[in-house]
Design a binder for this molecule. Sequence first.
Ligand code: AMP
Ligand code: MG
Length: 357
Amino acid sequence: MKILAIDTSCDETAAAVTENTKIISNIIWSQASQHADFGGVMPSLAQRLHRERIDFVVNRALSTAHCSLSTDIDAIAVTIGPGLAIALEVGISKAKQLSQKYNRPIIPVNHIEGHLLSCFAQPRNYKLQIINYKFPMFGLVISGGNTQLIYIEKIGSYKVLAETVDDALGEALDKCARVLGLGYPGGAVLEKFARLGNAKKYVLPTPLVDDKIKNRFSYSGIKTAMFRLIEKEKPLTKEKICNLATSFQEVAFKHIENVLSYQLNHKQSLALRAQPLTINHFLLGGGVANNNLLRSKLRKLLKPYKITLHTPYSKKLCGDNAAMIGVCAYLKLKARNEKLRNYKNSDFLDRIPRMKF
Ligand code: AMP
Ligand code: MG
């Protein structure tokens, strides 16, 4: 099944062509530099830029894949949420327009589910069959807008075990980087500086350590503590910036580790029957999944539980992209054994900015 996928949920205008779980083309036009002056995403600007760029990005995805909508593409997949309402609208209306013109069905996709299943994507020349991991598994989506730990019973059947009650992890890293003068978005730069720092120089409070049941993430507390510390340490030197960056990453990731450990130790409660629940796979997705320190910490934590950490095959698949939306659409249809003709009527399709699983 060849799919043209579109994602305009935040500040990346993205389109891709996928064939089952293989990625044929993956075009991303980031708006990050345009939003940098605002220190975050400005919705009206995002919408204007999506409108200006969507045709170019869609055409480039098709031409790179040597595909045409009239002869090669079976369906259009589009992100309908969660995300910025007026940004989502651009992708959805483009999908509807193309669907009507070329008489192709539209498969609506949840952006978080796209990130969650991005580990199943394969390069176009990959010779092996579809990755066949055994369910159930755990997944963690950590991006600029979301921090969610998810129990994946099977594709299409999810339970959110923990999610953020305030800032997402990526958002907190971005804000911290901005206050340190490292630009926006700053997660990747912060990681580079953190590599040179000493985590013992500053001690920040680990969020929600007193919670008996660890089913939520919170980053606004350490963010405020960090801002205060930065003020106190001014004027900043490169050495101070590196030490501050390391300390922030350490507590931010420790919080993830604490919640994950708790959920792993209590995973049996997720079992429907009395049999022991075996989990061998863990899917990591979202922009923050690019972070090498976090990957190694998670690998180390999961090892005693005999759980393998999976990450998308390319770092380009961690941040927002449309290829994951195409792969997710295919996997959903396949899991439910659905026919494309069920998706013929797309008039009712609308954005769901706060879409849940
Ligand atoms: P997304 O929302 O999925 O597009 O992801 C964007 C988020 O990922 C932003 O908050 C970035 O700062 C963050 N990010 C990207 N690369 C890294 C990295 N190497 N370490 C930590 N965060 C990162
Ligand atoms: Mg995202």
